[in-house]
Write a protein that binds this ligand. Structure first.
Ligand code: FAD
Length: 373
């Protein structure tokens, strides 16, 4: 099978890697170099976790992705997944975290149910008087996302995939580059991240927003190895300790204003007061930590935060893939495995990845999203 893939983010690059491992012929097209910051997958770090509330399928997909990230590490010789754990701050006994624990238990994925005083030992400073408990996923952690994407592309190319640099447009079943080069395959997969909204906006309910991420200087204590990343689902905040001397990462996860896919990333710190207010409540030592850097990155959000992966209604050999909705990175290789099977005529993808109208529902990221179509 000859496959042309447009988009070398986590979804497209993972598919290129997966298909080239299976001996398929692959052409991967991207307008940028792999890992470019303008792509959603181009951030240095992304959280890896299996917790997805009651959702058993995303839980299993993340767990499968973990095994595949480890295979990529073995192939590339790079440490891409830092297993520092992820701590979930539960405000209720019966919320997202309790649901996640039930799903993790059913799939044999390790977790710890910590009372707040035991959770305090996880961090250099911690306040949890507002919490019911803390769910710790010890085998979760942080993916070195940009490096992981580069490794996927490098390994795909090492197995014969062709990487083409150029901006592509669809022409029926073909892909046409700006210099008029025409690429055709048995299958064409469009995985262009936020640009899906521009290229196929009539078929796909996708909102593109610019999300801020702040990096703070937490000092030596926050750079110690093994401090878990964290998510406060109900308060829509997440972060990491200081990994790779990037600074302590902290971000407000509510949906930001729309941002055109081609607009420059603003790198503002509008969310800083909200982030600092949260840090004062949770990690008091970080409240006044100096801001090292503010970054923005695009979310490409579906209304229900479920991914998109479906054939084009008018061109069955053309597939549209994306809608990572702020939680897609970790799933890349497992999504590629499922997609690869579907492209080869095997098991179909879940119906909820289909095109068309979707209803708003609980978010798979934090409680900070959800919009009407
Ligand atoms: C701030 C932030 C934090 C996040 N945190 C997490 C997290 O903790 N955990 C997690 O799992 N996920 C997280 N995500 C989500 C995750 O990063 C995205 O869901 C995922 O990276 C999307 O990957 P993609 O392959 O769909 O798109 P992208 O990574 O954007 O890749 C699309 C590629 O297509 C190329 N392209 C687009 N149009 C064209 C064209 N016409 N011609 C040629 N090339 C084209 C682009 O150049 C780009 O390289 C986060 C996202 C952001 C922004």
């Amino acid at each position: 099978m000859d496959t042309v893939i447009v988009g070398g983010g986590t979804f497209g690059a993972s598919l290129a890697w997966w298909l080239s491992r299976a001996g398929e012929r692959v052409t991967l097209v991207d307008q940028f170099e792999p890992g470019d910051r303008r792509a959603s997958s181009g951030g240095e770090t992304r959280l890896f976790r299996c917790s997805h509330g009651h959702d058993a399928d995303y839980t299993a997909m993340a767990r499968r992705a973990q095994a595949l990230w480890r295979e990529l590490e073995a192939e590339s010789g790079e440490e891409l997944l830092v297993e520092c754990g992820v701590a979930w701050f539960a405000h209720r006994e019966d919320g997202w975290e309790a649901a996640s624990a039930g799903t993790l238990a059913a799939q044999g994925i390790p977790y710890e149910h910590l009372d707040v005083s035991s959770a305090a030992r996880l961090y250099p400073s911690f306040r949890g008087a507002d919490l019911a408990f803390v769910l710790l996923e010890p085998e979760a952690g942080v993916l070195r996302a940009q490096r992981a994407v580069r490794a996927l592309v490098a390994r795909a190319c090492a197995r014969g995939a062709r990487l083409v640099r150029g901006r592509a447009s669809p022409d029926g079943e073909a892909v046409v580059l700006q210099d008029s080069t025409r690429l055709e395959g048995d299958v064409v997969v469009w995985a262009p991240g936020a640009w899906l909204a521009r290229l196929f906006g009539d078929l796909i309910p996708l909102a593109v927003t610019g999300q801020e991420v702040l990096f703070l200087d937490g000092g030596e204590a926050w750079g110690a190895p093994g401090l878990p990343a964290w998510v406060d689902y109900d308060r829509a905040m997440y972060g990491t300790a200081d990994l790779d001397a990037l600074g302590v990462k902290a971000a407000l996860d509510v949906e930001a204003p729309p941002l055109d896919p081609d607009a420059p990333l603003p790198d503002t710190a509008v969310s800083e007061p909200d982030v600092r207010a949260y840090l004062r409540d949770r990690f008091p030592a970080l409240e006044d930590a100096p801001l090292v850097e503010a970054r923005s990155c695009r979310y490409e959000l579906t209304p229900d935060t479920h991914f998109l992966a479906a054939p084009h209604p008018a061109h069955p050999s053309v597939w549209l893939v994306g809608g990572g909705s702020g939680h897609g990175f970790k799933h890349g290789p497992a999504m590629a495995e499922q997609l690869g099977a579907a492209l080869a005529g095997g098991a179909p993808l879940p119906a909820r990845f289909g095109l068309g109208k979707r209803s708003r529902s609980g978010s798979l990221r934090t409680a900070g999203s959800g919009r009407e179509t």
